[in-house]
Design a protein. Sequence first.
Length: 351
Amino acid sequence: MSHFSTRLTTWQREHGRHHLPWQVADGYRVWLSEIMLQQTQVTTVLDYYPRFLERFPTLADLAAAPLDDVLALWSGLGYYTRARNLHACAQAVVRDFGGQFPPDPALITTLPGIGRSTAAAIAAFSYGTRAAILDGNVKRVLTRWAGIEGFPGVKAIENQLWTLAEALLPEPNSDKDIATTAIKAHTQGLMDLGATICTPKNPTCLTCPLSSDCQARMSGRQAELPTKKPKKTIPEKSTVMVLLRNTQGEILLERRPPTGIWGGLWSLPEVSTTLSAAEIMDQRFGLAIELEPALPEFIHVFTHYRLTITPQPAYLIGSSALREDQTAWFSTSAALAAGIPTPLRKIIHSI
DNA sequence: AATGCGGGGGC
DNA sequence: GCCCCAGCATT
């Protein structure tokens, strides 16, 4: 029986994915893909990635751009801290590393938005650096192959998986080209195996290069491993979003605080109930408004809570003058082109 | 060590 | 509905 990594890399070269747009030895493109792919499926990223690269062809372009432009292109992708860190990271790479990612993962992890696994992926794909990744795919492959019980999100299990991932890396090779090629095929192989063979449900073990000594397969525990995340009931929340339009049909948007949900995005002002909407809008923005009938409420689901949103249309009575720079009037087309959360996109499309 | 942070694909 | 996705930062 050949070594784990030998079987994996051989399989990857024959059956793995080779035509994803970020499979290039270019630190900028690799990094961008890795950030977009954090907790986000390949099919989703395939939609955003080319648009982003078209607007920001180089890392220097991204570093020089306004954050708002970055958020606009990230709109709908979620986890918006990633976009803010992406922008800050581009500037840090220009400032500290002359515009190129260093090949050492220990240096790469110091950059904003890049943790241990992402740093290893960037180093491995860009330079062939010998470093282990540990994403959702790898956790699934390794817990099954080694028969590791316990939710992989728990620190002790995760540490165990990191140790195993390191131990399974291809042996160092004095031939630099052989070594880098092996690292790339190994790293890509783990991801490809998790995505196409060792899937969460109904893994196709018959075509898996690791099945002969896979502990889960040998004991028929493919469905039990990896151990599921403990379930928790998610809370229900509700909000009223004030859809205020001026005489030109523009919408009042407010920039959200940099941290918390939808951090840094433009969104509608929120109030707790429709009853207090007019009063709050007067107090907070100095705007006199008149309410219209509320639009149908709808539910927006997050990973950690469900939010019932009531869109509350209103029109302006007096002046449209704004006293804060965190608020602004947007035409509907300008709003759709800005960094806004998905529910607001939905509301604008409904009016 | 646990929690917050989006949105959607796929079943 | 439910599970989970090329995780990280913060507490």
